[in-house]
Design a protein around this ligand. Structure first.
Ligand SMILES: Nc1nc2c(ncn2[C@@H]2O[C@H](COP(=O)(O)OP(=O)(O)OP(=O)(O)O)[C@@H](O)[C@H]2O)c(=O)[nH]1
Ligand SMILES: [Zn+2]
Length: 356
């Protein structure tokens, strides 16, 4: 069987990288299980596992393959098993925030071009939450598109759009209804050729329904969600889906659980909070100041530097919630792009790259 990898999102960049290793077989990860993977190569779908050398060289969990990754493999002579030797550099990566003891982020998907941030126009409407999803999306390296769903249940769409104008500045916004079909074609326009997309947003906003309409079928039959003994949703189904019209949708359980979380940093980072109180200067930024208890703990091996980094990241995110919507947006734009003009340029540039 011959598979056209272009239909699985192959880009020029990946094809060139793969060409430098002609003895290895290029494949894309379509499923991730505890120890094993499912990948698709030019010869079709095949089970995969990590090569010993690769596993040995892996230092952090985020080096391991995730759904959407392009990998270089050696395939057994009978075509029954692909052994992963390399993960090719990612163009984007969706990661669950690193909160907890290990401070290690958890990968959700890689090489996504467009992230549809779904929010329903009736019950789920919340500009603040949208803002956090947008931050998450920009952080990943993918381009966010805001999808306002269930337009059929909303009498004042224009008003709702106006209310979001500050938050969605510089981002495409689609209004649609899976029920009437309105706006679904606008969505489809992003999912063509070798594009890879993902849907995030709260439960019940209509993500599955939209994916189904892109797939051109009534129910997302590929998702067989069952609840395991720990009460978690698990799925045994394909997580990277090829659309008949071109383009690829990545829909993993991790994506579904990717809820925006606010929270109290002092609880999750009690160790750092305790150290901060011991710094010599009250306004210590824990970088190069003399008498910094945080840096001292890192030097002594009592605190992981990565943990401080994720603390910083969350602290920055949380500081947004003390500002007005406009201030937050400006601070975010400033942080990412240096200014609004630069942001628009960056966005156009990224879109051009992706059209190539
Ligand atoms: N009126 C209306 N209902 C919709 C629309 N889209 C989806 N729904 C309904 O909303 C409910 C939830 O839709 P789903 O597609 O399952 O939502 P989801 O975002 O995938 O939810 P999770 O799988 O929990 O993440 C279903 O009962 C759908 O029939 C729409 O455009 N209009
Ligand atoms: Zn300090």
């Amino acid at each position: 069987m011959k598979t056209d990898l272009n239909a699985y999102g192959l880009t020029e960049r990946i094809a060139q990288l793969a060409a430098t290793e002609p003895t290895l077989t290029l494949a894309r990860v379509t499923e991730q299980h505890r120890e094993t993977y499912q990948v698709i190569s030019a010869t079709g779908p095949v089970a995969a596992e990590l090569g010993g050398k690769f596993r040995h060289a892996t230092k952090v969990a985020t080096d391991l393959p995730t759904v959407g990754d392009w990998v270089l493999t050696t395939v057994s002579p009978d075509d029954q098993l692909a052994v992963i030797q390399q993960v090719l550099p990612r163009q984007s990566v969706l990661e669950r925030a690193a909160v907890g003891k290990t401070g290690a982020g958890q990968l959700i998907a890689a090489n996504v071009d467009t992230i549809f941030i779904c929010m329903s126009l009736n019950a789920n409407f919340n500009g603040h939450r949208l803002e956090r999803y947008l931050t998450m999306a920009w952080d990943s390296g993918a381009v966010p598109v805001v999808v306002l769903t269930k337009a059929d249940l909303c009498a004042d769409v224009a008003e709702k759009l106006a209310a979001l104008a500050d938050v969605t500045l510089g981002v495409d916004v689609i209004t649609c209804s899976a029920t009437t079909g309105a706006g679904v074609a606008d969505l489809r326009a992003y999912v063509t050729g070798n594009q890879t997309v993902s849907f995030i947003g709260s439960s019940g906003v209509g993500k599955s329904t939209l994916i189904n309409s892109l797939l051109g079928r009534e129910t997302l039959v590929t998702r067989e969600i069952r609840t395991d003994d720990k009460g978690r949703h698990t799925t045994t189904a394909r997580e990277l889906l090829r659309l008949p019209s071109g383009g690829v949708v990545i829909d993993t359980p991790g994506m579904r659980e990717l809820q925006v979380q606010g929270g109290d940093l002092t609880k999750a980072f009690a160790d750092i909070t305790a150290l901060v109180g011991q710094c010599k200067f009250r306004n210590c930024t824990h970088q190069t100041e003399p008498g910094c208890a945080v840096q001292a703990a890192i030097a002594a091996g009592d605190l992981n530097a990565e943990r401080l980094a994720s603390y910083r990241k969350l602290e920055l995110e949380m500081s947004y919630s003390d500002m007005s919507a406009r201030e937050r947006e400006n601070a975010k734009i400033q942080r990412f792009f240096g200014g609004k003009k630069e942001m628009k340029q960056a966005r156009n540039h990224m879109q051009q790259i992706r059209r190539r």
